[in-house]
Design a protein around this ligand. Structure first.
Ligand code: ZN
Ligand code: ZN
Length: 463
């Protein structure tokens, strides 16, 4: 009993002596950054500038090249150092004509949009009887070559969730339908949009990328707006037999230019050590890429700059901002970055990406942080608490463009945003600047500024 008490006492003492705390000066600086960020205008100005002066910027196109030029100029003008572009090639897919109509029994137009990477129909389109399945899973059980002349319709809905888990589940349909419909012998495919909007527009997004090695054949595939999917479903329920005509004329050229834009605030004491915060520069072509991912660009650029502006001097470690290219078409920039910086990744103290819209951060999580370093994560959570941010997962995602860094076992942080409305706008013509609330954007900037400052100024590492 007595021994047990002593043991308990010792463990309390040892626990408290090892508990991590930021220095009083670091805490003061973080609080100051948060206060300044909550008045920040730069983040919004950056999104406004990108979405207005560049607009949509599809990977591999001339518009994405203009976005890189815009970024280099903007980052230099804001005083960032070592501003550079790391170029790479991506296939260039561009949208063409996209129309669909019910030809019988009740002729009427349908609102669709081609999925990124879709092949085209003949110029005159394809017409066929609809074969409806409730899910991708159901389509996968359809016998090969049994749907000759038919158009597949995958009528699978997506759940609205705060954490984006509804999307993770639904996105398989967008990735795989074109290939499964081809296997089943169909001539084209339609999916209910991967999204939560009730508006009459369709959500685009990338299909699984066909590489030289997979080379999988597919059929022309488009997303239907939710009301159009409802309409098609109603007519099917009434009549059992619906014919639809679909015309899609996108083009894929083997090579376009893309690139990652990198900018730094060099560290004063340990410049080789890097704290990386990123966002992606490319966007889909339907809107102007404000919430996906102009917001992320504004957040990380403004947060990094605030650290230098507000504190008057750079932290110990280097803060690196990476604006990734070609995220939407398959995380191409993310892979390029991980490959090109392979040798340097061990010096990446921690990395995070902002790519989940412009709503508030509500959780701070981490991944690949050593068990005995989780106290450090707790100290970050303590600093962020006044922003209504609560502790998150220790196996957090961290954002799409840090996927490879995370998979290679390096620490990532996740400043998880509220995604409950994100998929109302995601990959649609409605992804425009007016949807961004500046106060919510400021809360993000405050969280990122405190995080990136403390991670780059503390002595410890996360692994
Ligand atoms: Zn995104
Ligand atoms: Zn996206």
């Amino acid at each position: 009993m007595f021994r047990g008490f002593i043991y308990l006492l010792l463990s309390i003492i040892s626990f408290s002596s090892f508990a991590f705390e930021f220095s009083p000066q670091q805490k003061k600086n973080a609080d100051k950054l948060i206060a300044e960020a909550l008045k920040d205008d730069l983040g919004y100005q950056v999104v406004e500038s990108l979405t207005t002066e560049v607009g949509p910027r599809l990977a591999g196109t001339e518009a994405e090249t203009r976005a890189r030029r815009w970024a280099v100029k903007k980052l230099k003008s804001l005083g960032f150092k070592n501003v550079r572009v790391e170029h790479f090639d991506v296939p260039r897919w561009t949208r063409g004509i996209e129309t669909a109509e019910i030809t019988s029994p009740f002729p009427q137009p349908l609102t669709i949009t081609a999925l990124g990477g879709s092949v085209s129909t003949p110029a005159q389109g394809v017409e066929g009887e609809i074969y409806v399945v409730p899910s991708l899973k159901a389509l996968q059980t359809v016998k090969a070559n049994s749907l000759k002349g038919k158009i597949v319709f995958v009528d699978e809905t997506m759940a609205r969730t705060q954490d984006g888990s509804g999307y993770s589940a639904a996105v398989a349909k967008r990735r795989e339908t074109a290939f499964e419909a081809h296997r089943a012998g169909a001539s084209a495919a339609l999916i209910r949009s991967v999204g939560t909007s009730k508006h009459r527009f369709a959500h685009t997004g990338q299909m699984r990328r066909v590489t030289d090695t997979t080379g999988d054949p597919s059929v022309p595939t488009a997303a239907l707006s939710a009301p159009d999917a409802d309409q098609l479903r109603r007519i099917l329920n009434k009549t059992g037999k619906v014919r639809v005509k679909v015309t899609l004329t996108p083009r894929t050229e083997p090579r376009g230019k893309s690139g990652n834009v990198i900018a730094e605030i060099p560290g004063t004491q340990s410049p080789k050590e890097i704290v990386m915060i990123g966002a992606h520069l490319d966007s889909w072509d339907l809107g102007t890429g404000a919430i996906d991912d102009g917001a992320g660009v504004g957040i990380v650029v403004a947060a990094a700059r605030l650290v230098k502006e507000v504190l008057g001097k750079a932290p110990k470690r280097t803060i690196r901002v990476v604006l990734f290219g070609a995220e939407e078409v398959g995380l191409v920039g993310a892979k390029e970055y991980a490959n090109k910086h392979k040798e340097e990744l061990a010096n990446h103290i921690i990395s995070a990406e902002s790519d989940f819209g412009a709503d508030v951060v509500w959780q701070f999580g981490s991944n690949n942080v050593a068990k005995d370093k989780l106290d450090i994560v707790k100290a970050f959570q303590e600093v962020l608490r006044p922003l209504d941010i609560i502790p998150g997962s220790t196996v957090a995602y961290g954002g799409p463009d840090v996927k490879y860094i995370r998979e290679m076992g390096f620490p990532v942080a996740e400043l998880k945003q509220n995604g409950v409305d994100y998929f109302d706008l995601h990959h649609t013509p409605d992804d425009t600047l007016d949807k961004i609330n500046i106060d919510k954007l400021r809360q993000n900037i405050a969280a990122y500024a405190a995080f990136v400052y403390l991670a780059s100024d503390m002595e410890e590492t996360f692994n």
